[in-house]
Each structure stands twice: as structure tokens, then as C-alpha cells.
Design a binder for this molecule. Structure first.
Ligand code: IVH
Length: 244
């Protein structure tokens, strides 16, 4: 695997530089960072109480969102009950999306039925989630990946990666391309792996999200307004040609 001009990849190096400066770490310090695809879907916040899904709201970043609980309960990827020893309160954040194949099938059916078609899988996912009748949502092939948390008074681990592993044990789907990178080189390599796989994935992604792995460091880094200082979305360069 060639790193190409990866060392000029300013998004990555600038992010790590900012993190080190804020934490007063020497320039050569390696910081563990997770890297995973940025799913081009609809962000969602799921509230679990004693392992039971009690509320689902759009806008996973914690701002006011629509209550879509009944509709989300029809999505097979979203467990209504967490398996194993789940905490009393857990707010899971993630992305609802539709696969390319299911999007094409849905549009075909929509046009056969004389209904409106959707411009892209993200719009199809959004339209399918915002239905007054949840039996319509149930008929739509929506999928889900969990990647973060909001309110979570008792976290099962001290690192981002291990919390995601716990999510997986509890039955929440985690993107299989999520990787714990122990060095800048590994992080840049994984960006290139994901970028190279993009065309073969069954769903749309528009970049790679990096997160400082150590939750203690995440807390020290904190937020600037709503944006975490410990995470960044590294967007892919805009596509020159669209592929089918
Ligand atoms: S974590 C920068 N992880 O991207 C920190 N967000 O640009 C982002 N998104 O509204 C929050 N995939 O809906 C995170 N693996 C992922 C994501 C992801 C897609 C969306 C999310 C958010 C937006 C932030």
C-alpha cells in the first residue's frame, strides 16, 4: 500500500497537531485514534433504559429532534432490547442509512406505484423515517450503524474502541471498517483503505471520521460550541464523476 502524498494530508496532521498542542504533548507523541467511515445517512439518537429502547430522536448531536420512536422500532438493525449486562441509561448515537440496492428497488416500486422517487439513498432513508404511519417505515429497508454515545453515566470502558466493542456485544451494529490506529502512519493508511473500498461498499460514505481513543483525553479536549475537539470528519475530495 502506497502512502502517496499522505504526509501532506493536512486534515490528518493538522488535527493531530491541534490535539497535541491542546494537551501540551511533544510533537512526536503518537496518539491512538479510531478511524471509521463517515456514513452518508441520517443521524439518530437512541435512548436505552435498563437495556430497553425507550426513545429514538433524529439529530444525533443532541439538539432538538423529531421523536421517531415507533418508526425506529421497525428497523431490524436496531435492537429493541440490548443483550447482556447493559447499563441503566445509555444514549446511543449512530446513522440510519439505505443500501444502494434497496434504494434502487424502492425507487422502482415508487415509480410503478406512481409515487415520488428519491434523489439518493440518504433522502430515501430520511423520507422513510419521517412517516406518520410506521407500517410504511416497516416496509422500507432501513439499516443502522452505531458509532458514538450521548448521555451515558456508566460507560463500560475507558476508550472509544472498547465502548464500540461493548456496543457490539449488546447487539448494536458497528461498522466493520472501524479501526484502532496506534500511529499517524496507520491512520493515514486506514484512510486510504477506506477511500479505496468506497466504490465497493453497499452504502454511501463521504469521508472518514477520526476520534481520539482515550475517553479521558476526549474529556480534557472537550468541545468548541457543538464540535468535539477530539474528533474530526475527513471528507473525501468531491467526486469528479459519479458512478453507478
Ligand atoms: S461522530 C466529527 N461518526 O457526520 C464528529 N459521525 O459531520 C462526528 N456521521 O452529524 C460525530 N458517520 O451524523 C460520527 N462514523 C461516524 C459518522 C458520523 C456519519 C455524521 C453524523 C454527524 C456528521 C458530522
Amino acid at each position: 500500500l502506497s502512502l502517496g502524498n499522505a504526509f501532506e494530508e493536512s486534515d490528518v496532521t493538522e488535527f493531530l497537531g491541534r490535539v497535541r498542542r491542546f494537551l501540551n504533548l511533544p510533537e512526536a507523541t503518537e496518539i491512538e485514534v479510531t478511524a471509521e467511515p463517515k456514513i452518508d445517512g441520517l443521524s439518530i439518537s437512541l435512548r436505552y433504559e435498563n437495556g430497553k429502547l425507550v426513545q429514538a430522536a433524529t439529530r444525533g448531536d443532541g439538539a432538538e429532534g423529531e421523536n421517531v420512536t415507533a418508526n425506529v422500532k421497525t428497523i431490524g438493525d436496531v435492537p429493541e432490547k440490548l443483550t447482556g449486562k447493559a447499563p441503566a441509561v445509555l444514549e446511543v448515537r449512530g446513522e440510519i442509512y439505505m443500501s444502494h440496492k434497496d434504494f434502487a428497488k424502492l425507487n422502482e416500486k415508487q415509480s410503478q406505484d406512481g409515487e415520488k422517487t428519491f434523489a439518493n439513498p440518504r433522502n430515501a432513508a430520511a423520507g422513510s423515517l419521517r412517516q406518520l404511519d410506521s407500517s410504511i417505515t416497516a416496509s422500507r429497508p432501513l439499516r443502522f450503524f452505531a458509532y458514538a454515545w450521548g448521555e451515558a453515566p456508566e460507560l463500560p470502558a475507558k476508550t472509544q474502541y472498547e465502548v464500540l466493542e461493548a456496543f457490539k456485544r449488546w447487539g448494536l451494529p458497528i461498522n466493520p471498517l472501524t479501526k484502532l490506529c496506534k500511529s499517524t502512519v496507520e491512520l493515514l493508511q486506514h484512510y486510504q483503505v477506506i477511500e479505496a473500498m468506497r466504490a465497493d461498499l453497499r452504502y454511501d460514505i463521504d469521508g472518514v471520521v477520526y476520534k481520539v481513543n482515550d475517553i479521558g483525553l476526549q474529556k480534557r479536549l472537550g468541545f468548541v460550541s457543538r464540535s468535539p475537539r477530539w474528533a474530526i470528519a475527513h471528507k473525501f475530495p468531491a467526486e469528479k464523476a459519479s458512478t453507478v
